[in-house]
Design a protein around this ligand. Structure first.
Ligand SMILES: [Zn+2]
Length: 677
């Protein structure tokens, strides 16, 4: 009998992780032991002398490695939310073990042969939709992992995969290096004209930390963005802009030009080896927009729809600049500056005005309340459930008929051991196991403003929408009613997963919802109507232009990943040929989008950047049904829950969507919401 709590049965409420008993030293031995157990399970499945069928192979594979799954989820969740040097080291040490184990599965020839047989007879073997989709998903994992290649090809495949992994890391390192190596060092007060006080203060601290006099501005977002918005010094804005836009494109050792060519050519080679025409076709296979042609026609449709608005925005800001005395035509380094000035003039609204109405306490109750009125669920705080940090709050979530749905952990504020940003995650996904319904353990982790000495935690509007967003993901996890974990909750197509989250953000703009809770934390005064109106109006400000920019990136992404033959041209040429159509400014030499486009060359967004807009189309279209029927309408909510939130990836997303909406999504609702029609 082991004394390692990670390997024991968790005798806690709802089988939640016994955080009070888990020590960092437990992870490595537990993971090694769990890999051993899982490997034995895999061997049994592969060596089974019975002919392969769904239950003895696909379902058995799905069930295997249960311990490994629950242990690694604790490890990696902690490594994001409450890490330390020691924990980071453990995570780094076990990662190669996990990769090797997962490669061992994918490259297990006997196992793949069984999977393939089931996959090939999936239409005639009496599988239900969920089983069929699970079979396809497993098969795809094997196939894209190179399982079907001949042994000579397998060697080349592994070589390419490894080289691609290195190239992506290198790409990212170059961008980081080039972002960090630039500084704008100012010593004269007159050069600070227009900059907000807190930005100047941070810049002074930055200078001090670099043992310099005066102020230092950098290319990191919190410094770069406000500098471009507020600096009255045009030459300095130009300097910042040029530095930002020429990162990893300056002909030095951190230049990404050759890396890009190498990455796109290798990606193409892999795709061709696996039988696809190009990389995008391979990646999009399991998406809602499942072919490059579909993505491109989607992008073209949005392009035609937003072009007039983009041009209008551009002219409006140009006109405003001219009225304030600007001469000549606007350059890219003028855009943020005049656009921000005009926004202030039109809406007179900012975070400081709104924050007092959005205390975290009130917002938390309101978000729970919203879920209660839409879906009839209840949240009960339970302090007896073990947590990994005293700040984490835990709730039991009950359905309207009082059955238990899920645990929900909330971890709101920044700490030194926590990653930036906000995310929803789980310690256990829902699944239906031999007639038993295993309920999920869901968590929301964020970095919301901490309470001050004299005031409670007050959220910015952006933090409020972030909260709603992550809560939307967690409803997707909590309502799940599926059989297999790989298809439950948020385990859905990449371009479908943001629907439940972005859908919830819509409520932040609704007077009917804000009126129920948003009141001043000191005076108790209700949020004034005119503020709500301004929130709504300013949200569509310059959206045409913003659309255009995003489409530019999406077109570029698709172009790089649909090449039919290896690219040999200069990346500048390639980029110009693609992005000319979304360019409103005069072109400038020495800058490049691709060279620092980490999303697609180092992140997971290759042939996926379009997904941002795709999900917006869905969430706007879904929410428009609520605006039509009433934003708290119980029947509409019940249908959203039954057809989308409960279903995970157990059916094709477009089927699920149509069942909820009664028809396919169109771009109209998004265009309307963004003020484009
Ligand atoms: Zn999200």
């Amino acid at each position: 009998m082991t004394s390692n709590p990670l390997l024991q049965k968790w005798e806690t409420p709802y089988g939640s992780p016994p955080f009070d008993k888990i020590k960092i030293r437990h992870f490595k031995p537990a993971i090694k032991a769990a890999i051993k157990t899982a490997a034995a399970e895999i061997k049994d499945i592969a060596d089974n002398i019975e002919p392969p069928d769904f239950m003895n192979t696909v379902a058995a594979l799905e069930r295997s490695g249960e311990d490994l799954g629950r242990i690694t989820s604790v490890l990696f969740n902690l490594n994001s939310a409450e890490t330390s040097r020691v924990l980071q080291t453990v995570a780094r040490e076990v990662s190669p073990l996990l990769t090797r184990f997962s490669n061992d599965i994918t490259l297990n020839r006997k196992l793949f042969r069984r999977i393939k047989e089931i996959y090939e007879s999936r239409e005639i073997s009496g599988l239900n939709t969920e089983q069929k989709i699970l079979t396809e998903k497993k098969y795809r994992n094997f196939a894209l992992g190179g399982a079907g290649l001949k042994s000579g090809e397998k060697k080349r495949f592994r070589q390419i995969s490894e080289e691609l992994a290195t190239l992506s890391l290198k790409f990212d390192e170059n961008v980081l290096e080039e972002t960090n190596s630039f500084e704008l060092h100012l010593t004269g007060k007159e050069d600070l004209a227009g900059l907000p006080e807190n930005l100047v203060e941070t810049a002074a601290m930055e200078a001090e930390s670099r043992k310099k006099k005066g102020w230092v501005f950098t290319l990191n977002f919190p410094s770069y963005v406000p500098f471009m918005q507020y600096s009255e010094k045009r030459e300095l804005r130009k300097k910042m802009f040029m530095a930002y836009s020429s990162r990893a494109f300056r002909g030095n050792e951190f230049d990404n030009r050759n890396n890009i060519i190498r990455i796109v050519n290798l990606r193409r080679e892999i795709a061709v080896m696996l039988g696809f025409t190009n990389f995008a076709e391979m990646i999009l296979g399991d998406r809602m927009a499942d072919t490059p042609a579909r993505v491109n026609s989607f992008l073209e449709e949005l392009y035609s729809a937003c072009k007039p608005a983009a041009v209008r925005d551009f002219e409006k800001v140009s006109r405003f600049a001219a009225e304030t005395g600007f001469k000549g035509h606007l350059e890219r380094w003028d855009w943020a500056f005049y656009s921000e000035k005009l926004k202030k003039k039109l809406f007179a609204i900012d975070d400081e005005i709104l924050k007092p109405y959005f205390s975290l306490d009130n917002a938390g109750k309101a978000v729970f309340g919203l879920a209660s009125s839409l879906y009839g669920i209840r949240f009960v705080e339970n302090n007896s459930i073990p947590v990994y940090h005293s700040e984490v709050k835990t709730y039991e979530v009950f359905d309207s008929d009082n059955t238990f749905l899920s645990l929900l952990y909330l971890d709101f504020h920044p700490r030194p051991g926590k990653n930036g940003g906000a995310w929803m995650t789980s310690y256990r996904d829902q699944r239906g196991e031999e007639g038993r319904d295993v309920r999920p353990l869901i968590s929301i982790v964020a970095n919301f403003t901490r309470p001050g000495r004299t005031r409670p935690s007050l959220l910015t509007f952006n933090e409020l929408t972030t909260f709603l967003h992550e809560f939307g993901h967690s409803l997707h996890g909590m309502f799940s009613k599926c059989t297999y974990e790989s298809l439950s909750g948020t385990n859905v197509a990449r371009d479908f997963v943001e629907l439940p989250s972005q859908f919830m953000e819509n409520f932040a703009y609704e007077k009917k919802w804000l009126d129920t809770w948003a009141s001043h934390y000191e005076t108790g005064e209700k949020i004034p109507d005119e503020l709500i109106t301004k929130i709504r109006e300013s949200s569509a400000y310059n959206e045409g232009y913003a659309f255009f920019r995003q489409l530019g990136y999406a077109f570029l992404d698709m172009a790089w990943h649909t090449i039919q033959n290896p690219v040999e041209t200069e990346i500048t040429e390639f980029e110009k040929a693609v992005s000319g159509k979304t360019e409103l400014f005069p072109s400038i030499d020495g800058i490049n989008m691709s060279a620092s486009f980490s999303h697609i060359f180092a992140g997971g967004y290759a042939a996926g950047y379009y997904g941002y807009k795709w999900a917006e189309v869905l969430d706007a279209d879904a929410f428009s049904l609520f605006t039509e029927k009433g934003i708290f309408d119980k029947d509409t909510a019940a249908s959203f829950r039954k057809n989308i939130l409960e279903k995970g990836g157990t059916d094709r997303p477009e089927e699920l969507y149509v069942r909820f909406r009664g028809k396919e999504a169109t771009i109209d609702a998004l265009l309307r919401r963004s003020g484009l029609i």
